[in-house]
Design a protein around this ligand. Structure first.
Ligand code: PHE
Length: 333
């Protein structure tokens, strides 16, 4: 009986080599150790042995069971490693991998593409690129832009404050307009700049809002600049960026830093309108804050969101997509 048990065990162990995966192993294990398996059969046969042989037979069964179990464990660990390797291979992301041929080599994010294209258009129109810090003092973000402390417009901005210095005085800039002030303080007119950059507001992310987004600010300060120059610039930009068939219009609005102020919209060739941003003639108080004499110079300013332009241009309908960093989304563009 013990000899047969050994032969059966050897057969089971030999069969382990043919098992290709963990499911197959589990099935073989059920067969070997189950009610109809060779071990159960051997146990039943003990009863028919002469009493003096039963003890040895019992010990042999236990030994053989332990050997077979060890063989299953060894095979299980090999199969587990192999399964893990297969998974690693499938999920492999080799950031140093050099792709051959014409495989994808990556490209700028669509917000960056829109940002750079806007820069090109404005540079082509004679503007320079300016920039300013993302963390601002409330003076640059508000006071110098004719929004003194307590002005209701401050509440309208959903400002994120930075815990630095005097409470409430350091902010994540809520718009790119503080770059107007920084530019005026840094250089004499004539000023023709655009300032693209990241801005922040205490907003909950949804299809049309993000707490972080991008704006492009424009500022012109020179002698005899009027609302007509603003309208002409917006119209020239619209054609240059969107192409023929697109036009623009100004609608009266209010901003503390411009007077008069307007909202500007773009009309698509199909006649529909897209609200793009705000603009206006620079308020004398803003020129003064920038160290410029409003008797001698005048100017206009405008500001609009870059992300919305990118959405429209690439036919994306949810702003959050821009920030997911999912390569399957990004590689479409
Ligand atoms: N800063 C304004 C905003 O974020 C836009 C704007 C810029 C309006 C310049 C007028 C002039 O809404």
């Amino acid at each position: 009986m013990i000899d047969r048990l050994r032969t059966d065990a050897a057969t089971v162990v030999a069969g382990l080599g043919d098992v290709a995966n963990l499911d197959g192993l589990a099935e073989l294990e059920r067969e070997a150790f189950g009610k109809t398996g060779f071990l159960s059969r051997a146990k039943k046969e003990i009863g028919s042995l002469p009493p003096e042989d039963r003890k040895d037979a019992g010990r042999a069964i236990n030994e053989i069971r332990a050997e077979v179990e060890a063989a299953f464990d060894a095979r299980r660990s090999v199969l587990k490693d192999a399964a893990l390797l297969v998974r690693f291979e499938a999920e492999r992301l080799d950031l140093t991998e050099v792709l051959n041929g014409d495989a994808a080599v990556g490209h700028a994010h669509i917000v960056t593409q829109a940002w750079e294209e806007l820069e090109d258009v404005f540079v082509g129109m004679g503007f320079r690129i300016a920039e300013g810090p993302e963390i601002e003092t409330d003076w640059y973000n508000f006071d110098a832009l004719n929004i003194p402390p307590g002005h209701p417009a401050r509440d309208g901005f959903d400002t994120l404050y930075v815990n630095h210095g005097e409470p409430g005085h350091t902010v994540l800039r809520t718009h790119t307009s503080p770059v107007q002030i920084r530019t005026m303080l840094a250089q004499e007119p004539p000023i023709y700049i655009v300032a693209p950059g990241r801005v922040f507001r205490r907003d909950t992310a949804d299809a049309t809002h993000m707490p972080v987004f991008h704006q492009l600010e424009g500022l012109v300060v020179d002698r005899n600049i009027s609302l007509a120059d603003l309208a002409g610039t917006i119209e020239a930009f619209t054609e240059a960026y969107f192409g023929p068939g697109f036009s623009s219009r100004l609608r009266p609005n209010h901003f503390p830093f411009t007077e008069p102020s307007a909202e500007f919209d773009i009309q698509r060739p199909d006649g529909s309108w897209l609200e793009l941003g705000g603009c206006g003639v620079v308020h004398p108080n803003v020129l003064r804050a920038g160290g410029i004499d409003p008797e001698e110079y005048s100017g206009f300013a405008f500001g609009f969101g870059i992300d919305r332009l990118a959405l429209m241009k690439f036919g994306v309908d949810d702003l959050r997509e821009l920030f997911t960093n999912d390569v399957r989304f990004l590689s479409q563009f």
